[in-house]
Design a protein. Sequence first.
Length: 286
Amino acid sequence: MDKTATVNPLCAFLLKVGSFTGKRRESEGAEWLPWFRGEPEADSSTALVPKLYREKLKVGELLHEEQELRIDFKRWATQMPVEHHPENHWEWYFLMQYHGVPTRLLDWTDGALVALYFAVRDRDVEQEQRERRKRGDAVVYMLDPWWLNRRVYKKARSKKLSEYSGVALPDWPHAKPYLPERELDSEDLKAGLLPLAIDPYHVSRRAAAQRSRFTVLGRGKKSLFSLLHAKRAGLQAIRIRESEISAVQLHLRISGISETTIFLDFDALGKDLTFWWTLRCREARR
């Protein structure tokens, strides 16, 4: 009997991550970190598109809708208990994103396995096959945020702005055009087509657990995806084959990456326990 262990499906994934990060880290230095984003369907028409921009409306119309959402969210949320009360317009905007409100923000993380978990967490391949749903491969995108922001900073003609480098912070002048301080000015967004890589305030424990990072889009609805095949691209994709998704889900949990560690609440604990219960039931039926 061959007792050789089956190759862990995470190994090939981590090798690709290492290949992407190795040379960049050498050239950029210790402060540089790659970002990752997991999506459940590699061939989705909304790949790398934030929730606000997935509707087939003109940008001006969507920015008007965002304006209304920002006003309503702040109006209602002031009555609700929060871990950290937002202190500025960016904190309010990040809080909106964390709670599922459509924004121009796209979630990233600096944890490769966290992104991989998000790519596969909602996939039940066995059930999809029974229901004849063809969702195909999952995907994890890898981003060099410094590479992205260099493209944004090059457009800044001011000598003062040219001194900035790396990932933007919310109080940097580069960030100002991407989010008007007054909600009523949202329709007059001054940001250009390129997205900006920005470090969020961690206004919730969930954000810290997920090692949250963001790109915020300007007036270009699909500008980030268009960079995927750019020359010397700092944006690449790793496909997770549909046939490997179930194994990846299991090995992630064995490696300590689970709903509970990422979401830190009772709902997450319930989902974790349900995963193991479902797995045991399936194995018992075989």
